[in-house]
Design a protein around this ligand. Structure first.
Ligand code: ADP
Length: 508
């Protein structure tokens, strides 16, 4: 067996028990600030639901630690389980623990509220800005998470932290759980996007609770500030990111966002494991959000869905229907796409019809409002977060445009393939790893206005070649992007982490 990186991983008969079959299941504590449906701003939430479910299906005893954002108590099956106090860097602090489960197997979800600090309209901020007390909020949350195993009586062998929000738990762990090394969990940090690092002024250092020996270039210090993500990268037993190509890209700048040196230092303890998708939630044959369902055997249903949705979206033409489902962020290349549509030079060209769903950067949202105003009846725009519409776009469109400047993995292109909607991508990071050009989608020749225009023209031509189009749709729908095999790569990695000596000893 080889991992997605091509690196050999230990082969196991029963991955969760190391092949012996009789041991207790491997216990993993999976820490993520976003878990669908508790909270979601992007792909992290989807992964933090689907990966634990896939691990549980492999026999891993996985529990999820997340944030009790506003409204958690209204989620079906979630309720307040207990209130407890923990000694933090800020002194004793009271937490409320909400508990619920995910999936048929009932994966436990522990949502922590450190005293109302997350009871706000946004997750990390509002109106494009961050909440000023994020360092405090997330430091306290990490303290609460690390206290949970003892409070609830479970003993994870692996602490799997995701992104900057949970990264502090990695260096903090040995300072909170002071058992001997053999019993302390091994740590894995997964980085879903190097651009988000949790960087704060050193004046907030005290909130982390770490000794000042960590305020150093080879620890959390980052250009005169403190970086939570860097702390996780420096000290986790293994660091992962979400596709093999992105793993290679972030070893250099500018893709490493200043941390390429720290990542290079991790050598083969930094690996790229490709994300998967939840193939039950994203299934055109059963999707409750689709008024017409379809499968590979009944593709004509997709055509019916397309004409129904076209009418509902006020689109009247008959050419290619392009979809976009994306955060509105500069990373996603939506500015250049909008400029192509707005350009005077392209005004008389047939650029197809568009349905665009996105939210985020107010300037990008405004740019797309200009596009929609320019093309009434040809561009349907919705700004905001809309789960149902995201499924309908995947179902109804001919093509999904993903012109990302960089893309750690990307999930939307895999959802699109499952719905026979061909992705048109800039081949970077996970987009390169998941789309086979001219078979399961199209690669843009360049992320320029000319490259995008050429992509639109190629898509239009492809749509007119019905046989080829159908062949590619079926190929795309047949791709196995499920978590099943991919979760096994994580289990092998956990086993490897447990078999190796720890990467670092706590500093005093
Ligand atoms: P990222 O994590 O960078 O945002 P991904 O492609 O990995 O990108 O994941 C994006 C996820 O968020 C997908 O599930 C996508 O469907 C969803 N999504 C993005 N924007 C919206 C939106 N405005 N409304 C509904 N879902 C959205």
């Amino acid at each position: 067996m080889t991992g997605s990186t091509g690196r050999p991983l230990a082969s196991r008969k029963n991955p969760s028990t190391g092949g012996k079959g009789k041991e207790d299941p491997l216990q993993v504590f999976f820490l993520s600030s976003e878990v669908s449906p508790v909270a979601k701003t992007g792909g992290l939430a989807d992964v933090s639901r689907a990966l634990p479910l896939a691990l549980a299906a492999e026999g891993v005893d996985v529990r999820i630690g997340t944030v009790a954002f506003r409204g958690v108590d209204a989620l079906p099956g979630f309720s307040l389980r207990k209130t407890f106090a923990v000694q933090t860097a800020e002194g004793p602090h009271t937490f409320r623990l909400f508990e619920g489960t995910l999936g048929a197997g009932g994966v436990p979800v522990y949502a922590l509220d450190p005293g109302g600090l997350f009871d706000r309209p946004g997750l990390y901020g509002e109106g494009g800005g961050e909440y000023p007390d994020n360092l405090l909020r997330f430091s306290l949350w990490n303290y609460g998470l690390l206290a949970l195993p003892e409070i609830l009586g479970f003993s994870p062998r692996i602490l799997h932290a995701n992104d900057w929000q949970a990264a502090l738990s990695v260096p903090l762990l040995p300072h909170i759980q002071r058992e001997d090394l053999t019993r302390r969990p091994r740590t894995v940090l997964s980085v879903h996007n190097m651009a988000y690092q949790g960087v704060y002024p050193l004046s907030g250092w005290r909130m982390t609770g770490l000794p000042s020996s960590y305020n150093h270039f080879d620890a959390l210090e980052f250009h005169g500030q403190l970086s939570l993500l860097k702390g996780g990268i420096q000290f986790a037993d293994f660091v992962t990111t979400v596709s093999p190509s992105y793993r290679d890209e972030v070893l250099s700048e500018p893709e490493g966002f200043g941390l390429s040196g720290a990542l290079r230092h991790r050598g083969n303890r930094f690996v790229g494991l490709l994300n998967g998708i939840d193939e039950e939630e994203w299934n055109p044959g059963t999707d409750p959000h689709l008024p017409v369902k379809f499968t590979m055997e009944s593709l004509e249903g997709k055509e019916r869905l397309k004409s129904e949705m076209r009418a509902a979206w006020g689109l009247s033409g008959s050419g290619p229907l392009f979809g976009v489902v994306s955060r509105m962020a500069s990373q996603k290349g939506l500015g250049i796409l909008a400029r192509v549509l707005l350009s005077e030079r392209n005004r008389r060209k047939n650029l197809g019809e568009w349905v665009v769903l996105g939210s985020g950067d107010p300037e990008l949202e405004a740019l797309w409002r200009d596009v929609a105003a320019r093309y009434p009846g040809r561009v349907h725009l919705k700004t905001g977060f809309d789960e149902k519409l995201s499924h309908r776009i995947m179902g109804a469109c001919d093509f999904l445009f993903v012109p990302s400047v960089y893309e750690p993995c990307g999930l939307t292109q895999m959802y699109a393939m499952r719905y026979g909607t061909l992705p048109i991508v800039n081949p970077t990071g996970g987009l390169r790893d998941t789309i086979v050009p001219d078979r399961t989608g199209l690669w843009l020749s360049a992320l320029t206005e000319e490259g995008i225009l050429e992509g639109i023209v190629r898509a239009r031509d492809l749509l007119s070649r019905q046989k080829k189009m159908r062949e590619m749709r079926l190929l795309a729908m047949g791709v196995d992007s499920s978590w099943k095999g991919r979760a096994k790569d994580y289990i092998s990695l956990y086993r490897e982490a447990l078999a190796l000596p720890p990467w670092h000893l706590p500093r005093r």
